[in-house]
Ligand binder design. Structure first.
Ligand SMILES: NC(=O)c1ccc[n+]([C@@H]2O[C@H](COP(=O)([O-])OP(=O)(O)OC[C@H]3O[C@@H](n4cnc5c(N)ncnc54)[C@H](O)[C@@H]3O)[C@@H](O)[C@H]2O)c1
Length: 433
């Protein structure tokens, strides 16, 4: 874009997390002046010195960028576009918690000016951008949405830990409140999305498209999780069945496992919340959620059952849980189901030790756990080990390493089946989902 450096093309990215930071960098690389705003002052200080606490962006890349990292919201008023990437979690009742999004809309409203275009990237249910965010921005800015400023929505598809699929390589869905804003937003994203953009016909269509991408993934995983429970009872290895079935041209190969994190296990509740408000009780989506949410306790119950079968007393048994983040090779432990596995074990009286090379103790203190980061520092003999999340740091471990930490008779539950070959000829009782 020829005029990227013109003042009217300054972009503010509000919220510099997993989504916002790479986005800000992509616009910076494309030649825009980028204001990177976050309310977390510590994060801003770190980013200024080249540190991304999520370890997704390298120091070199951060220091090379010209992004103006700031915790001063006033700076967002001098931009053409404001792009908001704010967390949208759920509360303890599995209902959308939009407090952060509402507060961010208030902050944007207080600091915006006429003629700006505000694009939301957060995952929400259809209607949130227009019916919740826009009125808040109107209230605090005194401006009218549609005439004084415009809004749009462009969902984020990035996948933490996945270097191949990022904002620059994927097709990005974009939308605006009218033809003019939709065109401007599409042109803006075209400058960074080499994969191209898909212009959704409305903001609500774009919001719905994003949420169902994750609903579909959740349901597919729920199906194989349910199958794994059935096959376990039959005495079949689910992975072997899936391998055979996947030779059919139209069979979709998903693998069983824990569904945690802040996207797949959360977003379906946004849609089901709206459905219920509209008088429809979603059956398939909630059934799938139920299956996936209960997998952690299912896994801990298998461990307890197998330990008992070996004649072990649960209150005297020790189990090591490996991999505490919500998925492999990311540093993010939010809503990780490994902690449900730990809780399930503890409820049976089992003593648990947690091990994750990627996390500091402060990352998991909310779960009340202590983490041993270094496998070599594990000194006990465990009656069982559950490998919840097979980080690449675990791949180098061999049977000798495990023998050092396992009791003579021990159970290995390898949730993702990453260590099948390692334990194949060992005397340990090996199980995978
Ligand atoms: N992380 C992913 O892989 C992913 C993928 C697709 C979609 N999403 C969606 O994108 C959205 C953002 O997720 P994330 O993972 O980047 O979250 P995150 O927690 O990593 O980052 C959000 C950032 O927003 C900041 N913030 C909160 N309130 C703010 C405010 N009022 N003003 C400015 N900054 C504020 C926080 O300090 C934090 O740095 C969510 O809706 C999520 O569902 C995330």
């Amino acid at each position: 874009m020829k005029n990227n450096k013109e003042k009217n093309n300054i972009i503010a990215v509000v919220g510099l997390g997993y989504v916002g930071l790479p986005l800000a960098l992509a616009f910076d690389k494309a030649g825009f002046f980028v204001i990177g705003f976050d309310i977390n002052e510590k994060k801003i200080k770190n980013l200024k010195s080249g540190i991304d606490s999520n370890e997704e962006i390298s120091k070199k890349e951060l220091l090379k960028s010209k992004i103006n990292f700031t915790a001063n919201p006033k700076l967002i008023s001098g931009t053409k576009f404001i792009i908001a990437a704010i967390p949208t979690p759920i509360n303890e009742f599995n209902e959308p918690d939009m407090t952060l999004l509402e507060r961010a809309s208030e902050l944007i409203g207080k600091n915006m000016r006429k003629d700006q275009i505000v694009v939301f990237e957060s995952t929400v249910y259809p209607g949130v951008t227009e019916d919740i965010c826009a009125p808040i921005m109107e209230k605090y800015s005194g401006l009218k949405c549609g005439t004084d400023f415009k809004i749009g929505y462009s969902p984020e598809r990035m996948n933490p830990g996945d270097k191949k699929h990022n904002v620059e390589t994927i097709i990005k869905v974009v939308s605006g409140m009218d033809e003019e804003s939709s065109e401007k937003i599409a042109n803006l994203y075209k400058t960074i999305c080499k994969g191209g953009v898909h212009r959704a016909s409305s903001i609500k269509v774009a919001e719905a498209a994003k949420v169902i991408e994750n609903v579909q993934r959740d349901m597919n995983i729920a199906l194989v999780n349910e199958l794994s429970r059935i096959f376990d009872r039959i005495g079949l290895d689910t992975h072997e069945v899936l391998e055979a079935a996947a030779t059919k041209w139209n069979f979709h190969k998903f693998t069983p496992g824990l569904v945690g994190g802040h996207c797949i296990g959360v977003d379906p509740y946004y849609l089901t919340h709206l459905a219920q408000k509209l008088g429809y009780h979603p059956q398939v989506i909630l059934a799938g959620r139920n299956i996936n949410d209960s997998m952690a306790y299912y896994i801990s119950s298998i461990m307890a059952k197998e330990l008992k079968k070996l004649g072990k007393i649960l209150k005297k048994s020790k189990v090591l849980v490996m991999g505490l983040t919500f998925k492999e090779n990311v540093k993010d432990s939010r809503n990780s189901k490994s902690f449900d596995v730990i809780n399930g074990l503890k409820k049976s009286g089992i003593e648990v030790t947690a091990h994750d090379p990627l996390l500091e103790n402060e990352d998991i203190e909310e779960y009340g756990e202590k983490n041993i980061r270094d496998f070599g520092k594990l000194r006990e003999r465990f009656d069982g080990v559950i490998i919840c999340v097979p980080h690449k740091q675990f791949h180098g471990l061999n049977l000798k390493d495990f023998k050092k930490i396992l009791a003579e008779n021990a159970i290995v539950i390898d949730v993702k089946g990453a260590f099948k070959n390692l334990f194949k000829n060992s005397h340990y009782i090996y199980k995978r989902l």
